[in-house]
Write a protein that binds this ligand. Structure first.
Ligand code: DC
Length: 228
């Protein structure tokens, strides 16, 4: 049975270091809501690309954001929450490399972040939530009870993301994936507005050499301590 006290769990870290896998496992186990904040930035990117928005123009960005409605709906079959952009399920299209190539640039725009962060904070109002991203423990929920910062060796991350993308697109090369990860890490950690950084009170989980089961056990121990 899920414990009565509900907390907020944030999981931040570099691209492709297994944040969403851990976040999903924890949410399922605790019967918490899982929110993939990166999916929001990806869906906004999809909207901007489809509608040829000039994202260097603040007015155009603001007008576009006013037409974007994002929500997460739980899919009973896949047992996962999926993101909807203006009532369209975009959970799968947003994983494309075309989106990955632009998302960091768009996620660095101040107006875009204000728009997404406001919704993320609203989702956490009742607690009982696991959210992963880059600024969740630092900006979105600075008072979260449990903050996890995930890392993994670069080579491990590239290999993981490559395998994921290769399933959908066998033409993809490891070089492309590596370049994309390096570029995103650079932009995400060097942008002016809420760059990726480890919160002072975050617990670090390096999963380069641990299995999914082991990483879950480590996080479960931390959760247990916070729920006491
Ligand atoms: O987690 P992801 O790879 O799906 O995230 C996609 C991009 O969105 C990532 O390159 C940086 C950005 N992002 C962000 O800036 N802040 C977040 N909280 C989550 C993601």
């Amino acid at each position: 049975m899920a414990p009565k006290k509900k907390i907020i769990i944030t999981i931040d870290g570099w691209s492709s270091c297994g944040k969403s896998t851990l976040a999903r496992q924890l949410a399922k186990e605790l019967n918490y809501v899982y929110i993939d904040s990166g999916a929001m930035y990806r869906a906004i990117t999809l909207y901007f690309l489809r509608n040829h928005i000039d994202w260097t123009d603040t007015t155009e960005v603001e007008e576009a954001l006013a037409n974007i409605q994002l929500d997460f709906r739980f899919n009973e079959v896949s047992e996962q929450s999926e993101i909807f952009l203006n009532d369209e399920n975009v959970e799968y299209v947003i994983r494309d490399l075309v989106i990955a190539e632009k998302v960091s640039e768009i996620a660095a725009i101040r107006e875009v972040r204000t728009f997404a962060v406001k919704q993320q904070q609203e989702m956490g109002r009742k607690k009982g939530i696991v959210m992963d991203g880059r600024d969740i423990g630092t900006v979105v929920f600075p008072k979260a009870e449990l903050k996890i910062f995930m890392t993994a060796d670069n080579a491990v991350r590239v290999e993981r993301r490559f395998r994921e993308l290769f399933e959908k697109n066998p033409n993809i090369t490891i070089e492309e994936v590596k370049n994309n990860l390096e570029m995103r890490d650079y932009i995400d950690s060097n942008r002016e507005v809420s760059p990726l950084r480890q919160a002072d009170d975050a617990l670090v989980l390096d999963n380069s050499k641990v299995t999914m089961e082991e990483q879950l056990r480590i996080a479960q121990k931390w959760v247990k301590e916070k729920l006491q």
